[in-house]
Design a protein around this ligand. Structure first.
Ligand code: SF4
Length: 441
């Protein structure tokens, strides 16, 4: 009988992409992929260091997996395993702990896929790692959007971040390999590729190339309909990239750009490589070139030293900025980061309140952005049909759009008249005559 493996991912799109790649290797080695929580022979957890209570979460997941099948071989890998291998190894029932680089050598390091008396820990020095584990993932098995990993690690040293410790220094997938992978994905029917990395804007810097060149090369991939960058640091979002997006037939008018704080004092303490005026300048440039562009923002609240004044600066800065939504992160202390030693810790209740305020502002922005397009026609890439027969997708400029069950256009790019904003999505009406593509063609 075929062995069964269940995979579980915590954290970011990059981790999801890597779990997918690991899943492919299991399949190539004769395993059946099954849902996590089902009866399986092997369980793999790809952990995250950004998750709060990562240890507790891992412990609960291991317990949940073993409840179903006590003899399953349990492997924990990912960023948290890289940072705290001994902590992970001490969780009862864990058999193998693999670091960030070792996860791509799993089949060399785990021989029997059987339970062990004593866990085996294979976690190397990540700081000098130069290897690159290629990966991509898609959403809910639909062949619509693929998240393609093009870069890993980071050479920046933001004072709150453990990612460089867990993933090592910046390295990239060679240009030709990315192009070849993109062609393969298009060949399999994917309509959109989202370029993903830890610091995607840093792509290729060590290899004498850059993200702009990669984007240009990806324009040669025939049949690729849509291209986005998952996230790009403001100091790396060049005029050249913005202008390319504006003149491109496939780069979407949408950027996600981390801000983290609207206070220059806090940005300095965070060791970010720009100030609020640089950020504003990037937003203005995007909207000058593409007035309908969607712009997403990452922001951290409750960083040490963020008093009421600094928070208000962030709030007012974002309030005035014509961006379309934010991802708000509540600061939490991380061991081995400089920020952990900073004075001016913000009370947890205050951090929560500031998070709530910014999330409310984000919802307002999201709604007013979507309402701007009410009545207009925009192309939307619809995802797979849901259980209730409804279909959702994103417009070119990242407005979430939903169709009613009678409009069955899943997994296609279709022109849609944008309707009323419901709070979560805009209702859409398919403009029949101008259907753009069908993956089954
Ligand atoms: S740019 Fe800063 S926040 Fe982002 S991964 Fe690098 S160190 Fe972390």
């Amino acid at each position: 009988m075929m062995k069964r493996v269940a995979l579980h991912t915590l954290g970011c799109k990059l981790n999801y992409a890597e779990t997918s790649a690991i899943g492919e290797r299991f399949k190539a080695n004769g395993f059946d992929l099954i849902d996590f929580g089902e009866d399986s022979d092997v369980v793999l957890i790809n952990s995250c260091t950004v998750t709060e209570n990562a240890n507790k979460e891992c412990r609960q997941l291991v317990r949940r997996a073993l409840r179903k099948n006590p003899s399953a071989c349990v492997i924990v890998t990912g960023c948290y395993a890289q940072l705290k291998p001994e902590e992970i190894a001490s969780i009862e029932g864990v058999d193998y702990v693999l670091g960030s680089a070792e996860k791509f050598r799993l089949f060399d390091l785990v021989d029997q896929f059987a339970k062990r008396e004593v866990p085996r820990v294979s976690v190397g020095e990540i700081a000098h790692e130069t290897g690159f584990g290629p990966a991509y993932s898609s959403e809910a098995d639909a062949r619509t959007r693929a998240f393609l990993k093009v870069q890993d690690g980071c050479d920046y040293n933001c004072s709150f971040c453990t990612i460089p410790l867990a993933r090592g220094s910046s390295r990239s997938q060679p240009l030709d390999d990315v192009v070849a992978q993109a062609k393969e994905l298009v060949g399999r029917g994917y309509l959109e590729i989202v370029l993903t990395g830890v610091n995607t804007g840093d792509y290729g810097k060590k290899d004498g190339t850059d993200l702009y060149e990669l984007l240009c090369r990806l324009h040669e991939v025939e049949g690729l309909r849509r291209l986005r960058i998952s996230s790009i640091e403001p100091n790396l979002l060049t005029d050249q990239i913005i202008e390319l997006a504006a003149s491109s037939d496939r780069m979407m008018p949408h950027f996600h750009v981390p801000l983290q704080s609207g206070s220059d004092k806090i940005l300095g303490k965070m060791r970010r490589r720009y100030r609020s005026s640089d950020y504003r300048d990037r937003v203005e440039k995007i909207l000058h070139e593409m007035p309908d562009a969607g712009i997403g923002v990452d922001v951290i609240v409750g960083f040490p030293g963020e008093g009421e004044d600094e928070f208000q600066q962030t709030y007012q800065f974002l309030h005035a900025l014509p961006v379309s939504y934010f991802h708000v992160f509540t600061y939490s202390e991380r061991e081995n980061t400089p920020a952990n030693e900073f004075e001016g810790s913000v009370p947890v209740a205050e951090r929560r309140e500031r998070t709530r305020m910014l999330r409310t502002l984000s919802e307002k922005k999201r709604g007013s952005f979507a309402r701007k397009f009410e009545g207009s026609i925009r192309p939307v890439l619809f995802e797979a049909e849901r259980g209730d027969g409804t279909v959702q997708g994103y417009s070119d400029n990242y407005v979430r759009v939903a169709l009613t069950p009678e409009q069955r256009v899943a997994e296609q790019i279709v022109e849609v008249q944008i309707g009323e904003w419901s709070g979560d999505f805009a209702e859409g009406e398919v403009v029949e005559a101008t259907q753009l593509t069908d993956v089954s063609e």
